[in-house]
Design a protein around this ligand. Structure first.
Ligand code: PMP
Length: 375
């Protein structure tokens, strides 16, 4: 099977597997326990906290371990709902992941303003600059890179605008971390990350939040993580996450040229199937992501099924949205019609994806196109 769905999840990196197994053998204690077995586990968590803080550029105490980004994102919105004034607005980009949008809607209802994006799927910075001169929201949320299109967002410019107005800035950096250097993200007030997007295990992630001042916990019932997240920490998961991230950060310079493979693929795909449209083609995107509007088929899901049969795993959009009838809210926010959005396929690679894997995908797409679009 050729796997082109790394934005949905990644296989475990060998370094992560090793760290996970070693932690299960040697760090059996509960980090909160008062004996030395517990203290060893706690010390390992502290060391991991230091390492992640150094990678992001923040304080070790800013880091809270979580079960993944869905939890981290819910924690940020819950904290905002409990601490902001009852009439405060929050501004959230229209292309955020549902794990940001749904809790934002839940907690803020009418006080949620969606920030518009361009046709290429990038936050409209002029809009943000203009609106910030008129009003001061309690929170601005902008992801670092979009999970469906791969479009890089101007998070550092948005952060600077928010800083100049004293507005709290939250960045869901799930798709950025491990694909692009994480340094500098630590300047955001809140950041969420998830291990399984960069070779770590599923079910573990983190939230970077301000160490000073109270963070209202989402999970209650324990003093762990300085009272910011109750529950016994997933020590092997955290250590495996850091091993995967360190491996990815060390390989970062080798990743940048991989963009050429993706560009070659896009060029040859467009030459073979001229009715294809590459979404966000005009803007900087993650080196691993292609969202393509494919030629119309009698049933779009057939693309995925036929490619699957041909040994290629792809997605119709975000994993969470796949299989649902509703068209992608991301493409909707970019101005695509539901019919256009229904033509979307997403191909997402990893540092291990070879040129011949991309060729295999291209060949399969040509064969399936001849099949699903005829008659
Ligand atoms: N945010 C983004 C941008 C994502 O792509 C995802 C995963 N699809 C999440 C949040 C949720 O992460 P997790 O699977 O760790 O809950």
């Amino acid at each position: 099977m050729i796997y082109f769905d790394h934005n949905a999840t990644t296989p475990l990196h060998p370094a992560a597997r090793e760290a996970w197994l070693a932690a299960n053998e040697t760090l059996i204690g509960n980090p909160s326990s008062p004996h030395r077995v517990g203290a060893r586990a706690d010390a390992a968590l502290s060391a991991a906290r230091q390492k992640l803080a150094a990678i992001l550029g923040c304080d070790a105490l800013d880091i809270v371990w979580t079960s993944g980004a869905t939890e981290s994102n819910n924690a940020v919105l819950t904290h905002a709902a409990r601490t902001l004034a009852s009439d405060a607005e929050i501004w959230v980009s229209a292309i955020e992941h549902p794990s940001v949008l749904a809790p934002a809607r839940h907690h803020f209802g009418e006080r949620l303003r969606l920030m518009p994006v361009t046709r290429a799927g990038v936050l409209d910075l002029d809009w943000l600059e203009t609106e910030l001169k008129k009003r001061r929201p309690g929170l601005v949320a902008l992801m670092a890179a979009n999970n469906e299109t791969g479009a890089l967002q101007p998070w550092s410019e948005a952060l600077a605008l928010c800083r100049s107005r004293g507005v709290t800035f939250f960045c869901d950096a799930v798709q950025w971390i491990g694909k692009l250097p994480s340094r500098g993200l630590g300047a955001c007030d809140f950041i969420s990350g998830s291990a399984h997007k960069f070779g770590g295990p599923k079910g573990v992630g983190f939230l970077k939040c301000p160490a000073k001042g109270r963070v209202e916990p989402l999970l209650l019932g324990g003093p762990q993580e300085e009272g910011r997240r109750a529950g016994t920490e997933n020590v092997p998961g955290v250590l495996a996450m850091l091993a995967a991230l360190e491996a990815r950060e060390a390989a970062m310079t080798a990743m940048a040229p991989l963009e050429n493979r993706r560009s070659d693929f896009e060029r040859t795909l467009l030459a073979a199937l001229p009715s294809v449209e590459i979404v966000g083609a005009t803007v900087p995107r993650l080196w691993n992501t292609v969202m393509a509007l494919m030629p119309e088929a009698d049933c779009q899901q057939r693309w995925v099924v036929k490619l699957d049969k041909a040994g290629i795993a792809v997605s119709t959009g975000s994993a969470c949205a796949s299989g649902k009838e509703a068209p992608s809210h991301v493409l909707g926010a970019m101005g695509y019609s539901p019919a256009e959005a229904a033509r979307a396929l997403r191909f997402s690679s990893s540092p291990e994806t070879s040129a011949s894997d991309w060729d295999g995908l291209l060949g399969a797409l040509k064969r399936v196109a001849a099949d699903v679009t005829k008659g």
